[in-house]
Design a protein around this ligand. Sequence first.
Ligand SMILES: Nc1ncnc2c1ncn2[C@@H]1O[C@H](COP(=O)(O)OP(=O)(O)OP(=O)(O)O)[C@@H](O)[C@H]1O
Length: 256
Amino acid sequence: MDEQSAISADGLTKRYGDTVAVNDLNLAIPSGSIYGFLGPNGAGKTTTMQMLTTLTEPTSGSASINGTPITDRTAVTRQVGYLPESPPLYYNLTASEQLDLAGGLRDLSDEQATARIESLLDRLDLCEDADTRISDYSKGMRQKTAFIQAILHEPAVVFLDEPTAGLDPRAARTLREMIVELADEGTTVFLSTHILPVVEEVANTVGVLYEGRLVAEGTPNELTHRAETGKHQTLEAAFLDLTSDESIPVEADEHD
Ligand SMILES: Nc1ncnc2c1ncn2[C@@H]1O[C@H](COP(=O)(O)OP(=O)(O)OP(=O)(O)O)[C@@H](O)[C@H]1O
């Protein structure tokens, strides 16, 4: 496994009964990069992120975060932030209370937490509503709160599942800018989304998962380049090509 990588995976596999959710996944993602992780519904993206953040154990294979094996849950948890598809928020708390709680769980001092929470709330235009209960928030306001919670402790590696879901265009732009800033500051961002223009705009590298397997990996430019014509297609067209049944390589023993 590459020790320089912020995220490494070697033969990472997860089975649920007869379903192979993630199949022999190899990753070597450099520090400070933005990795766009694409794949159709059910491809195994969430399962991959759950394994890399130690929320579920692989069936086989191994992975590490900044050289720390994911079997060391405590050490890995300190280094990662995760914004899952359904954000873990206590709806009876206000955003301020929720984020104070998260800061405490992440061992931030009160001063550190307060300063960082204030600046992130301000950046995402949530200050005025910080003392409103999350139950009374819109979807976008909850998403912003959950994003702040994921990056509050300045994790080395942050996993974001559809981070712009429910955000209005202005907030979505702010969030994309924040993702780029995180990477500029050295944070590694693992970004799973179905919104391909976001990936085209911010990702250094794109990985495409299909039926549990990584079927393509490269820069957005490499993925959209068509060797046969020398021209570029859209990332959407490349995605559709890569994730159709015809794109699955035929096993050697299935040839006539
Ligand atoms: N806890 C579970 N028990 C059984 N099967 C599961 C479980 N979690 C996921 N799966 C299966 O594993 C496969 C991959 O699911 P996963 O949620 O990782 O896909 P995904 O790429 O995140 O999809 P989406 O884009 O819809 O969020 C699917 O076939 C799913 O049904």
